[in-house]
Design a protein around this ligand. Structure first.
Ligand SMILES: Cc1cc2nc3c(=O)[nH]c(=O)nc-3n(C[C@H](O)[C@H](O)[C@H](O)COP(=O)(O)OP(=O)(O)OC[C@H]3O[C@@H](n4cnc5c(N)ncnc54)[C@H](O)[C@@H]3O)c2cc1C
Ligand SMILES: C[S@@+](CC[C@H](N)C(=O)[O-])C[C@H]1O[C@@H](n2cnc3c(N)ncnc32)[C@H](O)[C@@H]1O
Length: 639
């Protein structure tokens, strides 16, 4: 999906406080008031809260999130309902989300001030993409897609139980009620889905009818004589839903495994995580600290879109883990190739707001970091650092997850419907119908032994160094990234790194003096130091790990394609590939596990359990483990 710069809403406020959209010539809600309209047209119109009673999950999709009144009313109804579903997925799309000031004003003096306050506090920067916000400890998930509904609907996979159709009037905003949009709603409807809207326009009724909805006009409210309710009744009934797996086995207790386990457990799955090490985070995820941040790219390519979505998700995710050492107060990424004016032009061309990224000249960036920087820098206010080792341990201690260490898996075996992990003598160590391989480069040999082709992964040795407090001739205040990185730890020490060497130098995990020295040099040039640091490389503390990466620098996350592809199978898009039942991959996070693993763990869990995808399909395809098959097939076809 090609992203367009996001144009925030222009909201005008009438004397009586009614919000209007001058660009559409319409009001945000009818004269009955936003809350009454939400309750009567959208909740009651979809049979809510009755229809969600005692469900595990319930999914609502809204066209036009606007000022969030329908969301707040739904949240209130869900919160106050003793029979509420355990998990409510609220999905919404908006091409012109409001600025914070307008959102604040819309909810001033409202009855649910604390819910509105929480929404305001969690509101993402206004950048294109899908944003996931957690409320009520993750039981209420708001997924907000910023962009045009016509672009988003084909890209977003979910099955909604209820639709709130709340664009501006069809005559004033036909794009929102486009026939193709309404038709796609049919493809996104769960069995028994309903839809509601205040518009009874002919085009809306016809469009919904063509999508498989049976429409009924009902008595309206306020100045609206009638409103519309619809029930999904396709001519051909959908196939029965496959039962959701109740238990999943995860092999590997690093960032990848812990993120997958946490996402699965949050959706009610029982998860066992096993690792050959006695304790979690003993592999590459054991560093005391690491960075996460987004990137900006001139063409907003899939890497940039993925890293933007993922870094914003990590910031949200990490802030919820309050006991984990962290600093989500911004990060500077040095930019030696451009000057600040060229960087600013890039930001302006993409319409990126200052709470997402800023271009700072060297002097300003240096003043912020407390370091004499020589090049300008990108300032990412939601970037930061976190302790991966503590994050992994905290995630694995969550309810629903059992960790078992000292389990060295030598091979995998299929026993009927179950995948079994076995030791060198073929003795079963653990098993489940669904197995997630999150064991970094070891996933390759395990799969190859079963007949899969080699995974395109390379492992590169890396080492971080930790400098004692007071060694630097300045007080580094913020994480810095560039060629290498440096970040201040809470106890005054500075972590820097990281060496990056080919896998040809063995698997010795002991830190090396030469790599410490290389890290010191990197730190000096990062910080613009002209004289050598007075540190003995031989006495530094450090830690070694391996960055495991595919050639396209994207991880491999999702269900594994079939081992053998039969002739005639469609291979032109990753989403169409036939899959091996029960086998999933989460590997290849390279040097960006902290940025990528929280979001991609959620993607893996959503695909495995059939819940709404928290990422657009083209990016899900970009990290699909089967993308190599697609590329090979396209190449063979001359594409
Ligand atoms: C020096 C260095 C610095 C880095 N800095 C950053 C940074 O600042 N920011 C960032 O985002 N990322 C950083 N990274 C990258 C990040 O650490 C990785 O992306 C991440 O740790 C990968 O997590 P993982 O779970 O895939 O792998 P791992 O943490 O290695 O986990 C794999 C687990 O699988 C287990 N396992 C493997 N095979 C078997 C088997 N057969 N049986 C049982 N268990 C098995 C292993 O014991 C291990 O615990 C850095 C990496 C290095 C090396
Ligand atoms: C009536 S308002 C929605 C009010 C909202 N449901 C609430 O509860 O506050 C309509 C919304 O649709 C959005 N919109 C208009 N055209 C759109 C399009 N083509 N794609 C996505 N959103 C669109 C507008 O930006 C606006 O926020």
């Amino acid at each position: 999906m090609k992203t367009q710069p996001l144009r925030p809403a222009r909201v005008e406020w009438a004397a009586d406080g009614t919000p209007r959209a001058p660009d559409f010539g319409d009001v945000y809600h009818g004269d009955a008031g936003a809350a009454a309209q939400a309750r009567q047209v959208f909740l009651a119109g979809n049979g809510l809260p009755r229809r969600w009673a005692d469900r595990d999950d319930f999914t609502i999709f809204e066209t036009g999130f606007g000022l969030g009144h329908n969301f707040i009313a739904t949240w209130q109804a869900w919160r106050d309902d003793p029979q509420r579903p355990r998990c409510l997925h609220y999905l919404a799309v908006d091409a012109h989300p409001p600025r914070l000031d307008d959102l604040r004003r819309a909810h001033r003096d409202r009855e649910c001030a604390e819910l509105a306050q929480a929404l305001l506090a969690a509101s993402p920067p206004l950048v294109p993409g899908l944003h996931r916000l957690d409320f009520a400890d993750g039981a209420l998930r708001l997924m907000l897609a910023f962009g045009d509904v016509r672009d988003w609907l084909p890209e977003w996979r979910f099955a909604a139980d209820a639709f709130y159709l709340d664009g501006f009037a069809p005559a004033l905003n036909p794009a929102m009620w486009d026939r193709a949009v309404l038709r796609t709603l049919g493809h996104r409807a769960a069995p028994g889905a309903t839809a509601a809207t205040w518009s009874v326009a002919r085009a809306v009724r016809d469009g919904l009818g063509a999508a498989g909805f049976a429409c009924e006009r009902r008595a309206g409210l306020g100045g609206k004589r009638e409103v519309l309710q619809a029930r999904y009744q396709p001519r051909r009934p959908p196939p029965p839903a496959t039962p959701r797996p109740g238990r999943v086995l995860v092999l590997g207790a690093g960032l990848a495994g812990a993120s997958c386990a946490a996402a699965l457990a949050e959706l009610g799955c029982a998860v066992e995580v096993i690792d050959r090490q006695a304790a979690p985070a003993e592999g590459s995820s054991g560093n005391p600290a690491g960075l996460f941040h987004a990137t900006v790219h001139a063409s907003d390519n899939p890497h940039a879109r993925l890293f933007r979505a993922a870094a914003l998700r990590t910031a949200q995710f990490v802030r919820r883990c309050t006991a984990v050492p962290q600093g989500v107060d911004g990060l500077l990424r040095l930019e030696p190739q451009r000057d600040a004016a060229a960087m600013q032009s890039l930001i302006d061309a993409q319409g990126l707001p200052a709470d997402f990224v800023q271009a700072l000249p060297a002097a300003e960036a240096g003043a912020r970091a407390g370091v004499p920087l020589r090049s300008p820098a990108w300032w990412y206010p939601a970037g930061g650092w976190v302790s991966p080792a503590d994050l992994v341990r905290t995630l694995l201690a969550r309810p629903g997850i059992a960790f078992r260490g000292g389990v060295a898996v030598q091979a995998l075996r299929r026993d009927g419907a179950q995948w079994t992990c076995v030791d060198g003598e073929g003795r079963a160590l653990a098993g489940a119908e669904h197995l997630v391989l999150a064991c970094a480069e070891q996933a390759g040999p395990l799969l190859q032994a079963l007949g899969w082709p080699a995974l395109p992964l390379v492992a590169r040795r890396g080492q971080v160094s930790v400098l004692p407090a007071g060694v630097l001739p300045f007080d580094l205040r913020l994480p810095l990234a560039g060629d290498g990185y440096a970040l201040p730890l809470p106890d005054g020490r500075v972590l820097c790194g990281a060496s990056n060497r080919d896998g040809d130098d063995g698997d010795d995990p002991r830190p090396r003096e030469q790599d410490h020295r290389a890290n010191l040099q990197r730190l000096q040039s990062l910080c613009g130091l002209t004289s050598e640091l007075n540190v003995d490389g031989g006495r530094l503390q450090g830690r070694v790990g391996w960055r495991v990466q595919a050639p396209d620098r994207l991880p491999l996350v999702g269900p594994l394609p079939l081992r053998e592809i039969a002739p005639g199978m469609r291979l032109d898009q990753a989403r169409l590939l036939p899959r091996e039942p029960g086998l999933h991959l989460a590997v290849g996070f390279g040097g960006r596990g902290l940025t990528l693993a929280p979001l991609l763990g959620e993607v893996l869990a959503a695909r495995l359990l059939g819940t709404p995808l928290p990422l657009e399909q083209s990016l899900v395809d970009a990290v699909d483990p089967g993308r190599w098959l697609v590329r090979a097939a396209r190449k063979a076809a001359g594409g």
